[in-house]
Design a protein around this ligand. Structure first.
Ligand SMILES: C[S@@+](CC[C@H](N)C(=O)[O-])C[C@H]1O[C@@H](n2cnc3c(N)ncnc32)[C@H](O)[C@@H]1O
Length: 266
């Protein structure tokens, strides 16, 4: 059973909200890089359940944030989380990062853990550039470079085995892990200036086997599992990854790398 794009774009948002401690800790560091007046209008591009959007809104007592995402589940959770605390200062919006509907609309754009899910970065950065006002800024972080390389190798081996190959062998990667030099080029082509990019390792150890399996299932192999025809096969796929991670040193380590991006519209 092959899922339609509208199904694969969906997330289990309550599980993501519960499990996204690594993403939240990386995202807090991105928000700490901002120097805000407090009255800006900001886009949170790929807001998920809004945990980091809330941090942004707290730093903007007189500002507002448009929290944008493609997943209806994420948007529902973000709305429930943000609107009681921030009312109309938090606007939650469904849109595709590859097709941004804004022009000269924002003083700044923040994005965390989202851009690697977008395959066409030329189009993404052109849309972000258009969305900014003159002198508007972009501060972002996403997976990049050798992000989860060891896990990808293991996934490829398992996916090629007879049980999974009919469903996964021709499945293209759902991610684009850009490197620092490539990101400079793409940002320049879109018109950005004052560009800084850099990769940083972010190795992340899960508490135990159960935590590893929940996290991998919810955050990383979501789109792969959507391709598998039944829950047993899905569980076996995650369990095989956990078996291998259990004998790593330290066990249950995810070899994350983050790509930091900062740039400005002239
Ligand atoms: C790992 S979550 C990150 C959420 C949040 N920024 C955080 O750091 O916790 C990635 C988010 O990007 C969103 N996303 C992926 N591709 C997208 C696209 N093309 N347009 C809009 N949102 C997208 C997903 O729906 C998901 O909510």
């Amino acid at each position: 059973m092959v899922q339609s794009p509208s199904q694969t774009r969906e997330w289990n948002s309550s599980e993501y909200h519960r499990l996204s401690r690594p993403q939240v800790s990386w995202g807090k560091k991105v928000i700490a890089r901002l120097s805000l007046r407090g009255d800006e209008s900001i886009l949170d591009a790929g807001c998920g359940t809004g945990r980091l959007t809330a941090d942004l809104l707290q730093a903007l007592p007189n500002g507002r944030v448009v929290a944008l995402d493609l997943s209806q589940n994420m948007l529902r959770s973000a709305r429930e989380y943000l609107q009681p605390q921030f009312g109309p200062r938090a606007q939650v919006l469904a849109a595709d990062l590859q097709d941004l509907p804004f022009e000269n609309a924002f003083d700044g754009i923040v994005s965390t853990a989202a851009f690697h899910w977008v395959l066409d970065h030329d189009r993404l950065f052109r849309g972000l550039y258009r969305a900014l006002r003159p002198r508007g800024w972009l501060q972002a972080q996403c997976g990049g470079g050798p992000n989860i390389a060891r896990l990808l190798e293991r996934m490829a081996t398992i996916a090629g085995s007879p049980k999974y190959a009919p469903f996964l062998a021709s499945f293209p990667s759902p991610w684009f892990f850009q490197d620092a030099e490539g990101a400079v080029e793409t940002l320049q082509c879109a018109g950005f200036v004052d560009i800084q990019t850099g990769l940083e390792p972010a190795p992340t150890v899960m508490d135990d086997r159960q935590h590893y399996m929940e996290f991998v299932r919810t955050v990383i192999v979501r789109a792969h599992l959507d391709r598998l025809p039944d829950p047993d096969l899905q569980a076996q796929f995650v369990s095989q990854l956990a078996d291998q991670a259990a004998v790593d040193d330290p066990p249950f380590l995810l070899d994350y790398w983050r790509l930091n991006l900062s740039a400005r519209k002239p």
